[in-house]
Structure formats: structure tokens, C-alpha cells
Ligand binder design. Structure first.
Ligand SMILES: Cc1cc2nc3c(=O)[nH]c(=O)nc-3n(C[C@H](O)[C@H](O)[C@H](O)COP(=O)(O)OP(=O)(O)OC[C@H]3O[C@@H](n4cnc5c(N)ncnc54)[C@H](O)[C@@H]3O)c2cc1C
Length: 483
């Protein structure tokens, strides 16, 4: 099968790319799991955007620069902030039901690092609302088809076409396209503790790396300060917006402590709060840290945070009354496949959008709720660029045979996932442990060699473990080189 454009990923960036492509292009969106299983669907807090008269682009840019420690790509940041309102209003046009105030205007909330209330949201389920609306919207688009439960295993460049090797119904075959968009999301699952969806094994970045694309700042990883910590590997996010609405962080003695670490207290940027919690846990020799919003009106809490309320209740915790145990964990990747302002990677006609890309807008630390905005703005720009490129390309009708591949004989040991996760968690969580990282990279290299030299069955586990190992090697390699 041949398509004009194949998009790998059905999160916000993949779907938003698809709806901005010309309707005369034949487009395929692939998702390795169900279409709704992704980080976008999990997003709670909302989308940061300048819409009010008492806010302006310069303030949003400045807040982002402060959070990013002034290491951000200024040109792309300028594009993000100034073009963001167009894309957020397009979401409104296609039916995203953002919360509104009593006058019918979009409600905006505050989050850490923002000096204005500028986060538009749908209760605490913004991602679910956006993804449901986008999926609904594309069902009416005849030029866009979707393929779920289909893992992209490899990509090859064959002259002017990409060969996209897919694993579907236990069969490996190749489909072809002129332009390929990677929208594969983050890398959270290389960690033992992460807020990320199970799909976040860094596949797109590993595939791009294998193809020779430039990868940048892969070790710039954000740890979210407040994930529910009940001792298990499951880490449900307690959104930044909870602190935005006035929640306190408490240590094991029930005392607030963030003001000891930063004058902005609980509303300092994420890296500062995560490090504050980490330092407090070392000081008191205890990972017992709590978030507490019980001093706010209980009806307000239930209405504003129904998702967090329901989830905590499942574990017997009532956020209107109880303090909730939290601890930092992996949340977001600032680096990734290096792209320019049109989301073009270093390989011709290969694009990367959303969390797998590196536009440089976040710098060292992402400002809360700038990620969904990036997933919109730079996805649209990718689509616009493809529309232009393909229009000028006369050689766009192709006839290509599908190849079927041999699948191997040995089952992979799924415990390799845990092994990789333990190595990364111990080596590089908030602070770098150089000795463990050096040992870790040797172990990761051994895993990669083993994967190459044995005839493993090419199933989802094989490809995800391979990709996790490649990403882990890149992360530790970069972090050790950086000192
Ligand atoms: C719990 C949580 C809450 C968040 N809240 C917010 C928030 O409020 N505001 C904000 O701005 N950001 C938030 N973020 C971050 C933000 O949600 C993500 O960065 C963003 O949604 C990523 O979108 P994406 O389209 O790049 O990737 P995703 O939405 O993760 O989608 C990735 C897609 O790629 C597919 N895929 C991956 N590998 C393959 C493969 N090999 N073959 C086929 N398909 C593949 C997956 O199946 C999936 O469809 C949050 C993140 C989390 C985890």
C-alpha cells in the first residue's frame, strides 16, 4: 500500500497533523495500541495560551524562558506563543468543550511558573476531551484512514519513498509513503516510575536514530513533582493545577517546606519543586510527602478535579478531606528528534511533532501546559510544509510491492524491560549518579548486543525492549558526556 503521508501516532500531534493536511492527500494514521491509548489522552491540566487582554505574548515567552533557564530556542518559542491562539481557537471551532465562566468566556487557570491565568482546560480531563473531539472529527475525513494495534517496527528510506515496516496481526509487512511524520510521544517507560502511558517507549526516536536523523537533548527529562505514591509502579498524576488552585506540599511532619527552597513556594517551576521534594526527602530521610487541598471548598474540588477525585477515591483517599501521598517521577522529555520551525528533521521528508520532537522551545525545563500547545502549533506547521512540498512534487504516484519478513524463533525475556527501567531509575532520577550510569551503560550495551545476535521472535515486546535499550543508551551517553 502507498500513501502520500503516513503519520505514526494518534495523540494530539499526530491527529492534529492529519486534519491540517490537504484533503487531496491520502493519509494514514497508525497507532500501536488503541487510538486513545497515549499521553495526550491522559493530559489533565490544560493548554497554555495567551487569550486575555491582561496577558500578552511577551509575558508567556518570559515565563517559558524562566522555566527553561533561558536555554530555549527563541525563534521557535516566539512561533509557539504567537501562533498558539489560532490553533486553540481551531480546537474550539471543531468542538472541544473547554470550561467557560459565568459570562461564557473560556475559563483559564494558573499553573506553576505562569504569572497569568492562561491555561484553558476541560475540568481535569483536557486530553480526553481533545482526543475524543479530534478522533470524532477525522471520521468525517475521507482522505484520512487509521490503523490501530499496529506497531511500526522499522523505517527505511528507499530512494524518494519511506518503507514503513508494520507489525499487525503477528505479520510484518511494509507500506510506503512520500512523507513520514513521527508523532510517537515520550520515553517515560524507560523509567520504573513514570506518569506516562504504556506506549511511551521512545519508538519514534529510536527509529529516527537508526535511520541517521539528528537527536538532540535526549537527557533533558522532566520529573513531575506530584505523582500519587502508593509504593507501587503505578504513578497517577496529581496535576500542577491542584497547586495552581492553592494546594500545599507537606513533609512527613505535616509542615510546608517549599518556601525553604524557593520563594515561589509550591508554584515554582516543576524542576524546582521536584528538586525541593527530593532534597526534603533526603533531609528527613523519608519519601513521605503529601499534597493537601482539603482547605478548599469540597464542592469546588470535586467539580474542578473530578478525575483526580475519582482516582484517589479508588485507593480510599478523599482529596476533599485527606492529604495525598505524592513523590516526583518521570513525566516528560524536552529533547528528541531535532527539527526546524517546520518540524522537518535532518532527513528529507521525515517530520517529527509533539513530544518525540526537539523544537527547543522548552529549554532545560518545560513550563506546565506548553506541551499540548507545541503538539498543535508544530503539527500544523508540519502539515502546511508537507502540503507545499507534495504539491510541487510531480512524481507522487507510486506502485510498490509489500514485502513480508521472517519473524525469528526465540521468545524474548520480558524481564528485560524491568532491568532497563531499574538501571535508568537508579542512574538518573532528578540527580545523576555517575558511577551507576557508567555501569548502567555497559549493561545496556550488553542487552543491545544480545538483541542483535539472537534470532528473537519479532513481536511487540522485542521491538519495545529494543527501542527502550536504544533510548537508554542515548540518554546515559549524553548525560555522561555532559559531565
Ligand atoms: C498524565 C499526563 C498529564 C499531562 N498533562 C498535560 C497537560 O495538562 N498539559 C500539557 O501541555 N501537557 C501535559 N502532558 C504532556 C502531554 O500530554 C504530552 O507531551 C503530549 O500529549 C504528547 O503528545 P504526542 O502526540 O506527542 O504523543 P502521545 O499522545 O503520547 O501519542 C503517541 C502516539 O504514538 C503511537 N506510537 C508510539 N510508538 C509507536 C509505534 N512504534 N508504532 C505505532 N504507533 C506508535 C502511540 O500508539 C500513540 O498513539 C501530560 C502528560 C501526562 C503523561
Amino acid at each position: 500500500m502507498t500513501y502520500d503521508v503516513v503519520i505514526i501516532g494518534s495523540g494530539i500531534s499526530g491527529l492534529y497533523t492529519s486534519i491540517n493536511l490537504s484533503e487531496d492527500l491520502k493519509v494514514l494514521v497508525i497507532s500501536k495500541d488503541e487510538l486513545k491509548i497515549n499521553n495526550s489522552y491522559l493530559a489533565q491540566g490544560g493548554i497554555a495560551v495567551v487569550l486575555d487582554k491582561d496577558d500578552n505574548y511577551e509575558i508567556h515567552i518570559n515565563d517559558t524562558l524562566i522555566a527553561g533557564e533561558h536555554t530555549n530556542n527563541i525563534k521557535n518559542l516566539d512561533i509557539l506563543v504567537k501562533e498558539g491562539p489560532i490553533d486553540v481557537m481551531k480546537l474550539v471551532d471543531i468542538g472541544v468543550d473547554f470550561d467557560r465562566d459565568e459570562h461564557g468566556n473560556l475559563s483559564k487557570t494558573l499553573e506553576g511558573g505562569h504569572s497569568k491565568k492562561r491555561i484553558v482546560h476541560h475540568k481535569d480531563k483536557t486530553g480526553k476531551e481533545v482526543i475524543n473531539t479530534l478522533l470524532n472529527y477525522i471520521t468525517n475525513k475521507e482522505n484520512i484512514s487509521t490503523m490501530d494495534k499496529t506497531l511500526v517496527a522499522d523505517i527505511n528510506k528507499e530512494n524518494d519513498l519511506f518503507g514503513v515496516v508494520i507489525l499487525r496481526d503477528e505479520e510484518l509487512k511494509t507500506i510506503y509513503c512520500k512523507s513520514l511524520v513521527l508523532a510517537t510521544g515520550g520515553i517515560g517507560k524507560i523509567y520504573k516510575y513514570t506518569t506516562n502511558s504504556k506506549i511511551a517507549t521512545g519508538d519514534g526516536i529510536a527509529l529516527a536514530h537508526n535511520l541517521g536523523a539528528a537527536i538532540k537533548n535526549i537527557s533533558k527529562i522532566q520529573f513531575h513533582p506530584t505523582a500519587l505514591n502508593l509504593g507501587s509502579n503505578e504513578r497517577f498524576l496529581v496535576s500542577e493545577a491542584v497547586r495552581g488552585e492553592g494546594a500545599f506540599l507537606l513533609n512527613k511532619n505535616g509542615n510546608r517546606f517549599m518556601l525553604d527552597y524557593d520563594e515561589r513556594g509550591e508554584l515554582a517551576p516543576r524542576n524546582v519543586v521536584a528538586k525541593g521534594i527530593y532534597d526534603e526527602s533526603i533531609k528527613l530521610n523519608s519519601e513521605e510527602i503529601y499534597i493537601d487541598i482539603s482547605h478548599k471548598d469540597s464542592e469546588f474540588i470535586k467539580n474542578r478535579f473530578p478525575n483526580i477525585y475519582d482516582n484517589c477515591l479508588k485507593y480510599g483517599l478523599d482529596i476533599t478531606k485527606d492529604k495525598i501521598p505524592v513523590f516526583p517521577c518521570e513525566h516528560y522529555l524536552m529533547g528528541g528528534i531535532d527539527v526546524n520551525e517546520n518540524s522537518e528533521s535532518s532527513i528529507e521528508n521525515l517530520y517529527a511533532v509533539g513530544e518525540c520532537s526537539h523544537t527547543g522551545i522548552h529549554g532545560n525545563n518545560r513550563l506546565a501546559s506548553n506541551s499540548l500547545l507545541e503538539g498543535l502549533v508544530f503539527a500544523r506547521r508540519a502539515a502546511q510544509n508537507i502540503n507545499k512540498q507534495i504539491k510541487n512534487d510531480k512524481s507522487r504516484i507510486h506502485n510498490k510491492e509489500t514485502k513480508v519478513y521472517k519473524k525469528g524463533t526465540i521468545s524474548i525475556d520480558n524481564n528485560l524491560r524491568n532491568k532497563i527501567q531499574n538501571i535508568i531509575q537508579d542512574s538518573y532520577f532528578i540527580v545523576l549518579d555517575k558511577e551507576k550510569s557508567k555501569k548502567g551503560i555497559i549493561e545496556i550495551n550488553n542487552i543491545i548486543t544480545d538483541l542483535k545476535s539472537n534470532d528473537y521472535i519479532r513481536d511487540v515486546d522485542y521491538y519495545e525492549i529494543r527501542n527502550m535499550a536504544i533510548i537508554s543508551k542515548l540518554v546515559l551517553g549524553e548525560v555522561l558526556n555532559c559531565g
